[in-house]
Design a protein around this ligand. Sequence first.
Ligand code: GDP
Ligand code: MG
Length: 214
Amino acid sequence: PAMALPEGAAQFKLVLIGEGGVGKTTFVKRVLTGDYTKHYDATIGAEMRQLPFYTNRGPIVFNVWDTAGQEKYAGLRDGYYLKAQACIIMFDLTARGSYLMVPEWHKRISRIAADIPTVLVGNKVDVKERMVKARQIRYHRRVGIPYFDISAKTNYNAVRPFLKIACILARDESLRFTEAPVLLPAEFQLNEEQKRALEADRVAADAAPLPEGD
Ligand code: GDP
Ligand code: MG
């Protein structure tokens, strides 16, 4: 059921990019607030979902673009990136190759939409056999963008990338949601101890000096 978009909301095109299989589609489908009618663009081969978020500075709508799978084969058309105003680059914490491709994805978006608010996320943090350790995730520091561990399956940090992008767009770090976004129920939960350990690892990794030429 399509919902009416909030009146007077600022709208932004947000593109979701990263290797096939990292969890992009799973992630975007978790946010239930808004127009779940997806708009399919056949020439670009992508779906767009309108996700409204309610903030203390008014409603904001992200027109979130997700590929129909072309990233696995042919690559994405320029039209996918064209006029993008925000970007989430996702990799899979259980697949090292997907992290190694992050600079390439960042280059692709920057070529067409330079200097837009961009957030890096490592998905599937719920999986025990993690292949990319917190200390190995440094690309965001080199280029000065935010990073979050997330888990689409448990909803861990699932709305933080959207909130962060809204803060950057509004140039207001104290921006907050006035209504919690509605998410699909978590398939399972990380316990509080696991969450604390993840957060501590991230803080320690971001405080460690950057190795030369990395
Ligand atoms: P996409 O190709 O980037 O759109 O990736 P998909 O959303 O199709 O997900 C690829 C696979 O990863 C699917 O089998 C998902 O169920 C799985 N997946 C996605 N997110 C998570 C997650 O947070 N945790 C785990 N364990 N699996 C996930
Ligand atoms: Mg997909």
